[in-house]
Every structure is written in structure tokens, then in C-alpha cells.
Design a protein around this ligand. Sequence first.
Ligand SMILES: C[S@@+](CC[C@H](N)C(=O)[O-])C[C@H]1O[C@@H](n2cnc3c(N)ncnc32)[C@H](O)[C@@H]1O
Length: 335
Amino acid sequence: MSFSLHSPFVSIGHFHCHNHQNHISPPSTTTTTTTLASPPYLFQQRRETRSVLTLSSESMEICGVDSEGKEFNSVQEMWREEIGEEGDETRKTQWYRDGVSYWEGVEASVDGVLGGYGHVNDADIIGSEVFLKTLLQERLVNVGPNQHLVALDCGSGIGRITKNLLIRYFNEVDLLEPVAQFLDAARENLASAGSKTHKATNFFCVPLQEFTPAAGRYDVIWVQWCIGHLTDNDFVSFFNCAKGCLKPGGFFVVKENLAKKGFVLDKEDHSITRSDPYFKQLFRQCGLHLYRTKDQKGLPQELFAVKMYALTVDTPPKIHRTRSKTTSNRPQIIK
Ligand SMILES: C[S@@+](CC[C@H](N)C(=O)[O-])C[C@H]1O[C@@H](n2cnc3c(N)ncnc32)[C@H](O)[C@@H]1O
């Protein structure tokens, strides 16, 4: 990947949006029931077993721009142009193929998967570790010393995150990556990493939109710098399915580039960079609870801002504040 403006990591300037209705409408009330394929790893069956959630056209009035400067008045307009009308499986398949082809032409190295910004690896890992540690302490409180923790590294590339972070905290890490040469490199990179009790277990050569993870296997599903390859419908569909793969108390971490506004379509690697409100809208459509967020610090100025989202399936119990008996039913001074 180059340092050009087309690099998936490089932010492009402001764009003027003609759509005066550039807002996000209230969360959709659509709910879906997802049936999981019971035997694990039935990748090919995912499309049939997973319910399809269609985003209503009104719910996504977000405008954006592509890496060649073209403006779109809505995400619908952009998706129509990129993947055709809904149900046009040929165009959609081509979108995914083009995305994978892009990465097949990239060197299987840290610098390669980070678009020439290999030097941000340390800052990225440190930021992730601080975030992950807090979450593990808060969420997995009942975990004893002998608890067996398992993570899934989505769009793992060459196993950079697993090797530098996940393998130290989880007893098993599974990697999912559609580019075979990256997954081969990950296997090699991880061969000497970890230990008997902390190891990379499964290497799935499959894209996210076709993956059906094993039910109830994971404490953490880590999704970093890859979800931009998924269309909105497949994004929602993936999380809906993956919810069932979390253990009780488990959570997702999504760490992604943020567009300042709306979205930025990358014509080179066939991905989109979404804005924070766009992500939040999709998370709501997935029925996920936004448990905690954190901005990644210390990245070069020319790059997109990066945010970490921790998402849970459960909502934390509401604290009902009742006024104490001593103060509620007696005269009080009006302040
Ligand atoms: C910018 S690299 C990030 C790799 C890794 N997450 C990291 O941070 O080191 C993007 C990765 O997404 C993968 N990818 C592309 N299309 C994908 C898809 N449809 N599903 C899952 N991963 C995909 C690419 O092959 C590539 O490994």
C-alpha cells in the first residue's frame, strides 16, 4: 500500500455535503432472530442460516465522499453504485473479491498490513492493551486463575494483534483472515509465540461475511481495521450471528478508523471508513450495547482518527435511584 491519499489509513480533507438532511435518524426498531448453524465452522451455510436484516433507506441519510473526490448524498447512493441494487449478488461478490485482491497484492508484513505505517504498531498495541485490561477486569470479574479464555482475531492479517497482544491474555486465539498468504504468515509468526497454555489454535481462511463462528466459544471477539470491507447489511448480519458465539460476559472490541463526517469510500481497497455516528447507528441495528469507548492516541496527524468500541450483548442493569427515607418526605429548603 502506498502513502498516497488512497491509502486506507490516510485521512482525506473535508468535503462539502449537498444533503441538507445529513443526520442519523432514531434507531430502527427492527429486531431479528438469528439462527446459528449448530456445528461449528459451517462457513458455507452462513448465508442460509443467518437472517438478513435490511436497513431501511430512511435510516441512513448520511452523505460521504470517495477517495477520488466524488460526493454521495447518501449511503444508499454509494452502495447502489458499488454493489448494485439489493439482491445483486454478482456485484456484491465482485466488491468482496476486489477487496481481497487488493490485500493479495500487499506484502505479508507489519508494514504491509498497516499501509506503510508499520511504525504505529507499538502505539496501537499499547492503546489496545490498556483498553483490553480495563475491560477484562470489569467484565470477567468471576474469572478464576484457572479459567480458560478464548479470543477471535477477525481480519487478522499476519497475526500482528494476536502475536503482540491477544496471545498474552488468552489461552487460545483463533484467527480469521481471507487472504491465504497473510494467514500463512500468521501461522509462521505465531509458531514460536505463546506457550503450551497460550496459543493460536484455529486459522480460518474465510471472509467475515461468510463466517459462522462456534457458538459460545469466545470471551472476546476482536475486530480491527477490517470491518470497513463489509457492506452495512453484512456488518449487521455478522454481529447478529457472532453474538451467539460469545460466552456470558464476553464482548466485542471494534477498533477502526473514523471519518470526520459521513463516510469515505476507498476505491483502491474497496472499503469504507465510517464516522462515529454511522458506527453507532449500525451497532444499534445489531442490538449491541455500547459498553465503553476510547480514542487511540499517539498516531500521526495525517491518519484518520482511531476509536475503540467495546460492545456487549447485555445491557448493564439500570440503577434505580430512590430518594433516601431521611430526605424524601420532609420539608426542605428550595435551593
Ligand atoms: C488493514 S489490514 C489489518 C490487519 C489486522 N487486523 C491488523 O490490524 O494488523 C486489513 C485486513 O482485512 C482483511 N480483509 C479484507 N477483506 C476482508 C473481509 N471481507 N473479511 C475479513 N477480513 C478482510 C485483509 O485481508 C487484511 O488482512
